[in-house]
Design a protein around this ligand. Structure first.
Ligand code: GLN
Length: 450
């Protein structure tokens, strides 16, 4: 049914870069046979899943939406993909995204844009716009995203879906094409909080192949989502993430969602995170710095594209030509920013300062979580904006991430879920943040609101 739905709508939406039809059907039939034979299967066995194209999948092309990886078929699975396969989830295919996960609209994909299923002239968010659009358009019931600065939560917000960025280190990064290794985290994109909880439980857990992987046991997320009880839960509204920066109707839906929680017995208080004003600046130094290093491996020798100049090619000229043609503008912009920020003469002024801001943000979270159990803000400043509206204005595009970035800088988990319909009948999102390892609280509050 989902493959039929993809056939019917994806020509227009373009949520998928690759559909793995045969493999999905084979897995689905295999699960049917095993179930018929009475085998005890994972609760999500047979439920199809779409995977963001920044996650490597053995035998299925993986490009990170970049020309530089066109035609590359990974010889191995990311740990999270191994888990999906072992549990019997048919992989529907790979979803579109901003090239190397850099962007907030999916317009930076080298393979064409994705449309928002709610209004096809608008963006589906980014960088994981394909995963969110696929779930929002009923092409897939579940999807995997990655969130370095909001790329799970912001697309969820503008497509009326649920997106979770887990605690840093709780889902293995092995097999994610790295953007900014200290910020990247994979997580679920779904239509309900309960679905997200089940998928999160499946993909989380310690992995010796990821040096930053936590050794904690996986939390009881599905049970937390099913509690439907927030009595006495203290919810902090972040003062720095309200007001003018947010569209009036987005703020209105946010306030209404909080009142529902208050009626259900939660306590709403205001908290101040004074350093949140510096997070965008810090992120847009740290993220390009790490990305400039991570992307150095795309040299025309090892993966995908190789452009060989006609006249006396050398290793250096092949590298230059391959990177020149293989990377898009936004990727080049960030490599330039990152190498500049890391260069000897500027390291202390830029990268060093940004790392100090990161510590201050972690302290803001620590003192806020002494007063409250979870923090709340709108997920994104506006509903989905129009295609093309911000493509020529990188700073306007970056400003979209104002509410999502603090969680990545501090490694704390976050969930975005629909708060209702705002301007033009388009979905708005509310975000909750919890202390590191406190992901269960997100499911508790999200489940209560659903
Ligand atoms: N929009 C942010 C960026 O462009 C977030 C990206 C992400 O989370 N992958 O960097």
């Amino acid at each position: 049914a989902h493959l039929d739905r993809i056939d019917a709508v994806d020509g227009d939406l373009h949520a998928f870069l690759h559909v793995s039809r045969d493999e999905a059907l084979t897995t689905a039939r295999d699960v049917d046979t095993r179930r018929a034979a009475g085998e005890e299967l994972h609760p999500l066995a047979g439920v199809p899943v779409a995977v963001k194209d920044v996650v490597v999948t053995e035998g299925i092309p993986t490009t990170a939406a970049s020309k530089i990886l066109e035609g590359w078929v990974p010889p191995y699975d990311a740990t999270l993909v191994e888990k999906l396969r072992a549990a019997g989830l048919p992989i529907l295919g790979k979803t579109n995204m901003d090239e190397f996960a850099m962007g907030s609209s999916t317009e930076n994909s080298a393979f064409g844009l994705t449309r928002n299923p709610w209004d096809r002239e608008r963006i589906p968010g980014g960088s994981g716009g394909g995963s969110a659009a696929a779930v929002g358009a009923f092409e897939a019931p579940l999807a995997i995203g990655t969130d370095t600065g909001g790329s799970i939560r912001q697309p969820a917000s503008v497509t009326g879906t649920v997106g979770v960025k887990p605690t840093y280190g709780s889902v293995s990064r092995y097999g994610l094409i790295a953007m900014a290794s200290s910020l990247d985290q994979a997580g679920p994109v779904t239509r309900t909080v309960a679905d997200a909880a089940l998928l999160h439980e499946l993909i989380a857990g310690h992995d010796a192949r990821d040096s930053t992987s936590l050794t904690d046991p996986v939390g009881a997320y599905a049970a937390a989502a099913g509690r439907k009880d927030v009595k006495g839960l203290r919810i902090g509204v972040i003062e720095q993430l309200e007001g003018e920066a947010f569209a009036p109707e987005v703020s209105a839906r946010f306030t209404e969602s909080l009142s529902l929680l208050e009626q259900a017995g939660a306590e709403i208080v205001r908290v101040s995170c004074p350093n949140f004003g510096y997070t965008l600046g810090a992120y847009y130094l740290i993220m390009p710095s790490e990305a400039s290093s991570n992307l150095a491996k795309f040299d025309g020798m090892r993966f995908g594209l190789r452009v060989v100049p006609e006249e006396s090619p050398t290793a250096e000229s092949v590298m230059k030509a391959t990177r020149g043609q293989g990377f898009g503008d936004e990727v080049k912009r960030r490599i330039l920013l990152g190498t500049y920020a890391l260069s000897a003469g500027y390291y202390d002024a830029y990268y060093g300062s940004a790392q100090k801001v990161r510590t201050l943000v972690q302290r803001d979270f620590a003192s806020a979580f002494e007063k409250v159990d979870v923090l709340a803000s709108p997920t994104a400043p506006t509903v989905a904006f129009r295609l093309g509206e911000k493509v020529d204005d990188p700073l306007a595009m970056y400003a979209n991430d104002i509410a999502t970035i603090p969680a990545n800088l501090a490694g704390v988990p976050g969930i975005s879920l629909p708060s209702g319909l705002a301007e033009d009948g388009l979905p708005a999102g509310i975000q909750f943040l919890a202390p590191a390892r406190g992901d269960e609280r997100l499911y508790q509050v999200g489940g209560a609101l659903e």
